[in-house]
Design a protein around this ligand. Structure first.
Ligand code: TYD
Length: 134
C-alpha cells in the first residue's frame, strides 16, 4: 500500500471560530511557491490522473470532502479528506486521482513549485515505466 502521509495543520479551535495555520519550511516540509484550490467540481468528475516528477504538494479540504486514490506504481490506496486541519502530503512520483467531490468542496493545494506542465506525467503507462526504471 502506498505510504499515506498525513499533514496536521496547527489548529487553533476556539468558541469564536477556528484558525488553521501553516508556515512554509517550518511546518510544511518545503517552501510554498504556489497555492491553488479546486471548487465547484461536479460529483461525477474525476480530477488528477497524473503524477509529478519533482513537485511535492499538500492537499486539504478546507470545506466539504473528496476522495483520493494514491498509486505509487505498485499498489493503490484510497482515503477521504474531510477535515480542514488534516492535509495529505503527496510526494513526487505518486499517481493521484480525486473523485466524489461534495458540492461544497474546496480543495486547497500547497505546492513546492510553480506550475510547469513538463513536470507532469499524465499517461499511466508512462508513469508505471518511470517507476520501474527507478
Ligand atoms: P491539473 O493539475 O491537471 O488539474 P487536476 O489535477 O485538478 O485535475 O490542471 C488542470 C488544468 O489547469 C491544466 O490545463 C493545467 C492548468 N493549471 C495551470 O495552468 N496552473 C496551475 O497551477 C494548475 C494547478 C493547473
Amino acid at each position: 500500500m502506498p505510504v499515506v502521509e498525513r499533514f496536521q495543520f496547527q489548529h487553533l479551535a476556539n468558541p469564536a471560530g477556528s484558525i488553521v495555520v501553516a508556515h512554509g519550511e517550518r511546518d510544511v516540509p518545503f517552501a510554498i511557491r504556489r497555492i491553488y484550490f479546486l471548487y465547484g467540481v461536479p460529483a461525477d468528475q474525476m480530477r488528477g490522473r497524473h503524477a509529478h516528477k519533482t513537485l511535492t504538494q499538500i492537499a486539504v479540504c478546507v470545506r466539504g470532502s473528496c476522495r483520493f486514490c494514491l498509486d505509487d506504481g505498485h499498489e493503490r490506496t484510497e482515503l477521504v479528506l474531510s477535515k480542514p486541519y488534516e492535509g495529505l502530503v503527496i510526494r513526487p512520483m505518486m499517481w493521484r486521482e480525486m473523485s466524489d467531490f461534495s458540492e461544497d468542496c474546496v480543495l486547497l493545494v500547497l505546492a513546492s513549485d510553480a506550475y510547469d506542465e513538463s513536470d507532469y506525467i499524465r499517461d499511466y503507462e508512462e508513469f508505471k515505466n518511470a517507476v520501474r526504471a527507478r
